[in-house]
Design a protein around this ligand. Structure first.
Ligand SMILES: [Zn+2]
Ligand SMILES: [Zn+2]
Length: 441
């Protein structure tokens, strides 16, 4: 995942030569933030996201530049391409080496002329370069050499990822120091599916995000953690290329989390089973699973499983798929689904916004102002929105923050909506309605 720096914290105005010429070109070139400024915003050097684990954590980087200001004074240098690497990338090694670097820095700061120009991992070992500066006394130089040799030797035995004892070895053609647990974790992460990566980043599994009909990342991860064998296709190679679970994870709304949790607990009793699809079909929870070949079946387990699974699926027909409150199973807009009253009304708000979008699509304020019929249709949709908003209990308002519920609720007052000035009506129809529709989709 690449986090781009959202905003350069410091902008310097750079004016080109032109002096008093008012027509001279004015340039506003953003200066890249320094390492210190990046860290203050919890970003890594140059605002670039960590290179896997090969970057000291922001917290530890901050501690080091504060503890040893002279040694790491390049943290305040402008990180342009001609500056020393430290100014651009900071501590370019894993967080497991923090203690090694801290100890080394304490020894190095005995020499006030020493400035670190690069600190990184190379061939699996800690490597440090310094800026050229006046030569210190022989004594200090000797001390520095010993400290460096000790730190490098220590890095060779310390897992670069977690700091526990590790082995210096070639892994997939690349030298590194890692402990066994971190080696396994790295391999697991490498085999992660794209939807798992999104979940771990706290994003919905579906790339576009079906928003209201996505299992929340917390709930999805909780299931994967609780039933690792059952959901093994999140990590291991899928049994068939058509496995929907491997391709997309849980394809259900968050309201059914409790049900899926219960189904999973039942299925996990049989270690030969693993899930290949979890989805909603005709408004019912469907969980498809496969059985490993050659594992003897337990007839008693089989006998109790089937009715239990049917019972859970039946319960899904009475549980709002969006929020988990009691809901009704019916055909809505040609699709069978289960929704509670308030969630149904949210769909109505969304549909009203869509109607408004169709009414004003392609118009401008002038044509809109001249067409009273369209204005009346928009006002009608607005009153619908007002009634649906008024029906939202605080629970669903909390689940969907940033909607401005109180304001929407006022639209239920038909007389007020009728008296709404045309430009205000146009503002809502052309700008707010599409945003609202997207948020509630
Ligand atoms: Zn480790
Ligand atoms: Zn609901």
């Amino acid at each position: 995942m690449v986090t781009k720096i959202k905003q350069a914290p410091k902008r310097k105005k750079l004016r080109t030569a032109g002096f008093s010429n008012p027509n001279a070109l004015k340039l506003d070139i953003p200066t890249p933030p320094t390492l210190r400024e990046c860290l203050a915003q919890n970003l890594f050097g140059s605002g670039i996201s960590p290179r896997g684990y090969r970057e000291l954590s922001v917290e530890h980087s901050k501690q080091l530049i504060e503890r040893y200001p002279s040694l790491y004074r390049l943290a305040d240098a402008s990180p342009v391409s001609s500056s020393p690497p430290f100014a651009r990338e900071g501590f370019a090694c894993g967080d497991g080496w923090f203690a090694v670097i801290d100890k080394l820095s304490a020894k190095l700061s005995a020499d006030p002329n020493l400035v670190v120009s690069q600190i990184k991992e190379k061939f699996g070992l800690l490597r440090i370069y310094f800026e050229l500066s006046p030569l210190p006394s022989n004594e200090i130089e000797e001390g520095t050499d010993i400290a460096l040799a000790e730190a490098v030797a220590e890095s060779q035995m310390t897992c670069e990822r977690c700091g526990k004892p590790g082995k210096h070895a070639q892994r997939e053609g690349r030298w590194s120091v890692k402990c066994d647990a971190c080696t396994a974790e790295e391999a697991r992460r490498k085999s992660l599916r794209p939807w798992m990566e999104r979940l771990l980043a706290g994003l919905p599994a579906a790339p576009g995000g079906r928003s209201r009909l996505d299992l929340s990342p917390e709930h999805a991860l909780a299931l994967l953690e609780k039933y690792p064998g059952l959901y093994r296709e999140a990590w291991t190679a899928p049994t068939s290329p058509a496995s929907r679970f491997a391709a997309g994870g849980f394809e259900i709304g968050d309201g059914w989390f409790r049900l899926v949790d219960r189904v999973s607990a039942r299925l996990a009793k049989d270690p030969a089973l693993h899930v290949v699809q979890v989805k909603e079909k005709y408004g019912r929870l469907k969980v498809y699973f496969e059985r490993a070949e050659g594992v003897p079946r337990d007839p008693r387990l089989d006998a109790e499983m089937k009715p239990a699974l049917d019972e859970d699926a039946d319960e899904s027909e009475r549980t709002c798929e969006v929020c988990g409150e009691p809901g009704t199973h019916e055909e809505r807009h040609r699709w069978w689904s289960v929704r509670c009253g308030p969630c149904d009304q949210i769909d109505e708000i969304s549909a009203a916004c869509e109607r408004i979008g169709k009414l004003v699509g392609g118009l401008d304020l002038a044509t809109f102002s001249a067409n009273e019929m369209i204005q009346d249709a928009v006002r009608l949709a607005l009153v619908d929105i007002g009634h649906a908003a008024a029906g939202q209990p605080s629970k669903s308002r909390e689940r969907l923050p940033g909607i401005g519920w109180d304001r929407l609720e006022h639209f239920k007052d038909a007389a007020a909506v009728k008296g709404m000035p045309v430009d205000e009506l146009w503002g809502f129809a052309s700008e707010e309605a599409p945003v609202l529709e997207r948020k509630l989709r």
